[in-house]
Design a binder for this molecule. Structure first.
Ligand code: GDP
Length: 200
């Protein structure tokens, strides 16, 4: 059995501004998603550590960029969940600006994992992220998580529909089914992400 490089992920810091992030060197992958999509669970599942990313729904805790290094040069970045109803407009505007700048300028960013609830894929925020990835040539992996909530047929149809839309609108993006509950799609996700992080 291959070892899981993501098992080494550990908490380093919370950032409210970009200048609080580690130096822009090495390689990192950012996880984005609407709040409650299942992003924290996906991070925990990929890293095989249940307590790594907080699955708490408290906005104050999740409205931060959280940095999880694997080693000195490779990192996972947990971006703030999008769409918390309780986040004040001022903080919302702050994050719009910070995320926009991060995604446009971060040189060590190798790709984006866009976590979507398989029952409600490609909502407004998701489309915005995909437009961005297409515009900047960044790679993106759409994780259609909570796939255990769909029948096999529904899951297959959803995946096909998402792939079809990506082929037209975001050619650098790929999609796969995922379930943190059933631990399905985990090897495929790890393999894609390890390819991005450790390619060079
Ligand atoms: P986040 O806000 O995107 O970080 O979402 P969380 O990871 O905190 O998950 C939101 C809710 O969805 C929690 O109640 C999780 O237990 C649940 N959840 C997350 N992933 C899955 C999954 O793969 N299957 C099912 N059935 N529930 C999930």
């Amino acid at each position: 059995m291959q070892t899981n490089p993501f098992r080494a992920a550990h908490y380093l810091l919370n950032a409210h501004r970009l200048d609080q992030l580690p130096a822009d060197a090495g390689a990192e992958i950012a996880f984005a998603g609407r709040s409650n999509a299942g992003k924290s669970s996906a991070l925990n599942t990929i890293c095989d550590q249940q307590g790594l990313a907080r699955t708490s729904k408290t906005p104050g805790r999740t409205q931060q960029i959280v940095v999880f290094p694997l080693d000195d040069t490779h990192r996972l970045i947990d971006l703030p969940g999008y769409g918390y109803a309780k986040v004040p407009e001022k903080l919302r505007a702050h994050w719009r600006e910070v995320l926009d700048k991060y995604l446009r300028t971060r040189e060590s960013l190798r790709g984006i994992v866009l976590v979507m609830d398989a029952r409600h894929p490609l909502r407004e925020f998701d489309r915005m992220m995909l437009e961005f990835s297409a515009a900047t040539g960044r790679r993106a992996l759409c994780l259609l998580t909570k796939s255990d909530k769909l029948s096999r047929g529904e899951a297959a149809r959803t995946l096909l529909a998402v792939k079809k839309e990506l082929a037209t609108n975001a050619p650098e993006a790929s999609a796969q089914l995922f379930s943190s509950l059933q631990k399905s799609g985990v090897d495929a996700a790890r393999s894609t992400l390890a390819g991005w992080l450790f390619a060079d």
